[in-house]
Design a protein around this ligand. Sequence first.
Ligand code: SF4
Length: 672
Amino acid sequence: MEKETVRVHRNDGTEVTITVADHAGFCFGVGRALDKTEEAAQRFSGSGRKVYTCGSLIHNKLVTDELLEKGVGTIHKPEEAEPGSVVIVRAHGEPARFYDAATQHSLEIIDATCPFVQKVQRLAGEAIKEGHDVVIVGDPKHPEVIGINGWAEDKAYVIQTPEQAETVTGKELVIVSQTTIRKELFDEVVGKLEKNNTILKINNTICSATSERQNACEELAKKSDLMVVIGGKESSNTKKLWEISKKYCENTYFVENLDDLPLKEVAKCCKIGVAAGASTPERIIKEVIAAMSEAITKDLEMVEEMNEMEAMMDEIEKSLRLPGRGEIVTGEIVHVTNDYVVVNLGCKKDGVIPKDEMALEQEGLLTELFKEGDEIQAKVIKTDDGDGNILLSKKKLQVNEHWDEINAALDDKEVVNVKIVKEVKGGVIATYKEVSGFIPMSQLSDHFVEKADEFIGKVLPVKVSRVDQKRNKAVFSHKAFLAEEKAKKIAEIWDKLSVGDVVEGVVMRFTDYGAFVDIGGLDGLLHISEISWGKLKHPQEALAIGDKINVKILSMNAEKGKISLGLKQNMPEPWSVIDEKYEVGQVISGKVVQIKDYGAFVELEPGLDGLVHISEVAYKRVTNIADEISVGQEVSAKILEIDKDRKRISLSIKETLEAPVAEAAEEAADEE
Ligand code: SF4
C-alpha cells in the first residue's frame, strides 16, 4: 500500500521516514484529461482558435495556472467561448444539454470525460428512459453529479446523506453513485433506501481508484506520526482523504502548496505519511517531500530562527512598501471621527476611510460603530488622498465580495434578490447589494411587459444569466426564476396526483375539442367527449370560463407532461341507473335532437335518447315528420318500451295526445 519511502536523518542521527501512500496523485481519468488538454493546447497553438476547458480541468490551482500560460482558458458555459473555439469536457463530464449547446454555438468538443464517469451517465440515462426512478448517491453540487443527472433528464434523486434517503419512499429505484464518494456512505444510503422502496438495481459505481487511494491513505495514517494530504482546497476527493487520515492520525495537515507545510511539526516527527488527491501532479508531491526532507535535516532551532528572521524581514519589507491601488489591506484603527476612520497599515503612511466609503450595514455614527484597536480590511482607492494618506474604501471591498456572490450564484444556479432601481432602454437596472445589473424587459416576467413602471422599487428574486465582471456587467432574469418555480410546483403537483383521483379545477380556456382545466398550477385537457354522457358540439354548451368543477384524472403521460381529465365520470352512466328513473308507461319531457325519415330522437337527459317512430308522432298518417315537429322542440312522450340489452327506448308522442273523435268512438265501441 506504499508507493515509495524516503529516509532522511536529523543532525543527531535519528532516522525519519517519509512514506508516500500508494495511488497518490493523478488517477487514470484525470491524467488522461490533462494529456488531452495539453495535446490540444499544442495542436491549436498559433491556429487562431482558442482552447477552453469547461470549468477548471482539475481542482489544482498550480496546474490550471500552467494551462492558462499554455493558452488554455476556462469557460463556464458554451456561450462564453467564441464560435469556432475548442472546448474540452473535463473528466467529471457534462450533462447531455452541454453537448447540444456547444454544437449550436459552433464549438469543437474534445471529450475527456473519464470512461468510468461515462458509464455512470449511461446507467442513469438508460434507467430513466426505461421509466424507473434513479437515485444518485453523491453531492448535488458536484459537477460530476450535475453531469450524471443531466443524462438522467435531471429527474434523479440526488442523495447526500442517510437522512435524505429516508425522504424517498414507495419508488422503484435504480441506484448509482458519484465515483468519488466513500463506500460506507453509499452502503448506508442504500440501506435506508431499501427499507422504503423497491430496489431494481444497485450500481456501486465508486471508482476503484478512489477506494484504493482511500484505503492506502487509511493504512498509512494508522502507522504515521504525522500525515500530509496534498491537493487543491476545492478538490472533494482530497477533502475526503483528509477526513479519513484525520480519523486515524490526529496530526494530519491539508497542504495545497509548499507554504501550507507545517515544517516545525514535520521536523519533530519520525514517521511521516504523504497522501495526495486525484488532481495532484507528481511534481508537487516530490516538491513537498524535498521541502520536508530539508526541514528535517536542518537543525530544528535553526529552522525556527530562520522562520523568525523571515517574519522580521517580512515586517520590515511591509513597512517600507506602500500598498498599491486596488490592493486589499488589513490594518488597525488608530483614530475614529464621525467623518472618517484612520487605519495603521504597518507602512509609513496611514490609511483613511471616509464615511461615504464605509458601506455600513447598521445605522449609527462611526464613533459608535468603530473603536481604536479594531482590525479592519479595506481596498486602496488612491495611494495619496492629497493629505499624504492612503485613501481606502470598505464599500469597494464589499463590491468584490458581492461580485463573488453573483459569480457563485451563476455557477451554482442559485437565486439572488435584486432591487429594481430604474428603467432604461430595453429593460431595467437592478442592484444586488453594491453590484448593478441589467434585466431585459423580456426577462422581467413570464408574461409580456410593456412598461416597467410597476416594477421600480420592488425586490425580485432572479437567476443570474451572465456575468462580465471586467466590464462590470451582470444580467439577471426574473422570468427564469418564475419558470424554475413553476417547474418545481408542477413536479410537486405531478408527484401528488394519480390516475383515478378526483380534483378540483378551474376552466381556463376552450378549444373545439375540449377545455383546459387548471388543477392547482397544472393544466389538464378535458376532452369534449369526457364532459358529458350526452353529445356536445362545443364544450361551451356545458361549461363557462372560470367554472369550478371536480374532474377525474383519466391518464397521465409523464414523458409529454400531459394529463387527461374527465367530468362525466363523476355522474352515473344513464343506462346503469335507468330502472331507478324510468319505466314503461311513464310520460317524459324531452328535446327533439335529431329527425330521420323513420322517426325523431328525443333526449330524455344527456346520454339517453329515445326514438319516436313516425307512426307514433300523431294519430293521423304522417309522411314527413318535419311537418309535425322540429329539432330543438320540447315534447312530451310516453315510454312504450325500454330495451336495456340494445340500449333502446321507444317513445310515443301520440299516446300523450287526445285521440280524435272518430278514433275515440271506435275505441269506445271496441271496449264495449
Ligand atoms: S477518480 Fe476514477 S472515475 Fe474519477 S476521473 Fe479518476 S479514474 Fe475516472
